[in-house]
Design a protein. Structure first.
Length: 236
């Protein structure tokens, strides 16, 4: 079990022992004998980003000769190139793609809408899915399920999450975790390494608060090394 889960078990055990003490079934103070669990962590935690080469392997693992492969490739490119959230991909409709202006309308958190540029490779992948993979259906969602009933992707791990998991398994990638958010973190880390400022990253990721974007300063290890103090007794 992970430390946070062990901590939850320890807290439950203390509560149970205090209940037993109240009923007179165990000696007084027995709950205090349950040791505390160390769960050192950063606040907020350091984002877990998938490596760029691993993300590309996952994208390349999609079979472009099948409808599912065309759909999955377009979804993965949206994750990797634009850093979309899984829920934002699920909400996309056919009307959200402006082919003339090469823009994509995103329905974000709290009902907010924003326009993002549509990269050429992402647009090509979406067009290929629409032309050769998307089932004929009255549902206006951009991405549809491959199995009946044919409709928009499901929320949660059964939708975009399953596409990510299967792609990582096909590519034999040992990623930080199996969720789709690691592609979003990878985009932010890549932008930071290429010299983008935190406000610029926050604008691309559509963060409401600058504090949310500030967590990505922790993943730029090269920049952090320049400000790290020398260890006492070291040559540096």
């Amino acid at each position: 079990m992970a430390p946070p889960a062990v901590k939850g078990v320890a807290n439950s055990l203390r509560s149970f022992l205090r209940f037993c003490e109240f009923r007179g079934e165990v000696p007084a103070g027995l709950a205090a004998s349950v040791p505390s669990v160390a769960t050192w962590t950063t606040t907020p935690p350091i984002p877990k980003a998938i490596a760029a080469e691993h993300a590309q392997r996952a994208i390349d693992s999609c079979n472009q000769l099948t409808a599912i492969g065309l759909r999955d490739r377009a979804v993965l490119l949206l994750l990797a190139r634009l850093g979309l959230r899984a829920s934002e991909i699920i909400r996309l409709t056919l009307d959200d793609v402006d082919w003339d202006q090469a823009q994509l309308r995103i329905h974000g958190k709290g009902g907010r809408q924003s326009l993002l540029p549509l990269p050429a490779d992402v647009g090509t992948a979406i067009a290929a899915y629409l032309q050769h993979g998307r089932p004929t259906c009255g549902d206006r969602h951009l991405f549809l399920r491959s199995m009946a009933p044919v409709r928009g992707l499901l929320d949660g791990s059964d939708g975009v999450g399953s596409i990510v998991r299967y792609a990582l398994e096909r590519a034999k990638v040992d990623a930080p975790h199996r969720g789709s958010h690691q592609f979003r973190h990878a985009l932010a880390a890549q932008m930071l390494r290429k010299g983008a400022s935190l406000p610029e990253i926050g604008q691309v990721l559509r963060h409401r608060s600058p504090q949310t974007t500030s967590i990505y300063a922790k993943v730029d290890l090269e920049a952090l090394r320049t400000v790290a103090m020398a260890w006492p007794g070291s040559l540096r």
